[in-house]
Design a protein around this ligand. Structure first.
Ligand SMILES: [Zn+2]
Ligand SMILES: [Zn+2]
Length: 419
């Protein structure tokens, strides 16, 4: 098994003395405490690089931590190792006859799954195994905008290199907003948007789908979920009249094709007209060394012979109230989608503002082919979005599907919208 140090738990007798040492003497940052009522303990995390120290403060005199301190005094309580698959790790330990406290994983703090190994097996140290939760919440978010019903759905998690997602922004700045895993990948999501109006039902982008190889699934941390999410709201892949990609990268439109029973590639949304900007199609079908890994021909090439593609040339309203606007920057023809109804504006910003961590002008992706073009467009766009109170959909944000960009005292933040 592959394990990395997550944190070291320290049982504390006197919290004030302990924080005085760790905070004031060592000068470390102590995070806001979290109460774990089932264990009658309050935890205070102190980040130290990739790992953390965890001060454990008992909240009741007969709690496990209080008994530990009574018996042995304050000090090292446990070491937590993070594993990718806790059930596989436990199976491996059981097979070797290692004495366990927990034969099965149980829920720990912040949605993690945890299990303890008995100290007698680990040479006197209590070892906790922990598997981080998938931050991706698959619940759809439904918002009414004038005459439109907008439903943000989710094709599941995506993990991309943190450095590549933030370009020239140093890791010391971005890692506070999106914490990288031990492979330097940050947790992201793929959130297509369903637009329902009197003219029909449209799907903007559609996630990566399920054609990826096991190696790609591993590298990008995929776990395709769109079919299940559609099912949960009474829809199927047959339910769409229109499919509209922002661009043809695999994490945006890879799910547009699937393999049928005989292994042939077919449109996944068979009833939908696929509205595609012709110049993006040209770029995608003639990739170069810099964009080849993102433009996977199997994702879109089969759509043309299937007769489901409708090309268009320029910015225009593809349906009443739905307008595509070319941003360039990320790819030469990357576009965003304006949704306007009842005097309100929502914008699906795709890779222009992929997450809420990208709302500052210069926080651009290293993936962008023409970053200065992204910057110029984004500067103008975000000004408009703040002033015009646009509802912004963040396609790759692991937590926030949509929200308003606000500005106060020169600082930007996102006010999330809960559907
Ligand atoms: Zn992209
Ligand atoms: Zn993307």
């Amino acid at each position: 098994m592959k394990a990395v140090l997550d944190h070291v738990g320290i049982a504390v007798g006197d919290l004030e003395l302990a924080t005085d040492f760790y905070k004031n003497a060592l000068g470390l940052e102590v995070e806001a405490p979290e109460e774990v009522s089932s264990q009658q303990v309050r935890t205070h995390m102190i980040p130290v690089g990739q790992a953390a120290l965890e001060l454990l403060e008992p909240t009741a005199p007969d709690s496990p931590i209080a008994r530990f301190v009574d018996k042995r005094g304050p000090g090292l309580h446990h070491v937590t190792l993070r594993v990718e698959d806790i059930r596989a790790a436990l199976a491996q330990l059981k097979e070797r006859g290692v004495r366990l406290i927990d034969a099965e994983p149980r829920p720990g703090a912040e949605g993690a799954l945890v299990a303890f190994i008995h100290p007698s097996a680990a040479h006197g140290v209590l070892i906790e195994l922990s598997q981080r939760p998938e931050p991706t919440d698959l619940r759809p978010v439904r918002i009414t905008l004038g005459g439109f019903t907008l439903t943000s759905v989710n094709d599941g998690p995506l993990r991309l290199d943190g450095g590549a997602m933030f370009g020239v922004v140093p890791r010391v700045l971005w890692e506070r907003r999106l914490r990288p895993d031990d492979r330097n990948r940050i947790p992201l999501a793929m959130r297509p948007l369903i637009v329902e109006a009197d003219w029909g039902r449209m799907l903007i982008d559609c996630g990566a789908g399920d054609k990826m190889t096991p190696r790609q699934v591993d590298i990008y941390g995929l776990n395709p979920g769109l079919d299940g999410v559609l099912d949960s709201i009474g829809l199927t892949t047959e339910s769409f009249d229109i499919a509209l990609p922002t661009h043809l990268h695999f994490d945006h439109f890879g799910g547009a094709t699937r393999r049928n029973e005989s292994g042939a590639l077919v449109p996944r949304f068979p009833r939908a007209s696929h509205l595609i900007r012709r110049a993006e199609w040209e770029d995608a079908t003639h990739p170069h060394d810099r964009n080849r890994a993102s433009y996977l021909q199997d994702d879109f090439a089969p759509l043309l012979p299937a007769g489901v593609v409708v090309f268009f040339e320029d910015d225009h309203a593809v349906r009443p109230g739905v307008r595509v606007v070319r941003t360039g920057g990320h790819t030469g023809q990357h576009q965003i989608v304006y949704l306007e109804s009842g005097g309100r504006t929502a914008v699906f910003t795709a890779d222009l503002i992929p997450t809420t961590a990208h709302i500052d002008d210069a926080w651009l992706m290293g993936y962008d082919l023409f970053p200065m073009e992204t910057l110029a467009f984004k500067k103008r766009f975000i000004r408009d979005a703040i002033d015009g109170e646009f509802l912004i959909f963040f396609e790759h944000d692991p937590v926030v599907a949509a929200g308003y960009i606000r500005e106060k005292d020169g600082r930007r933040y996102v006010e999330p919208v809960v559907g």
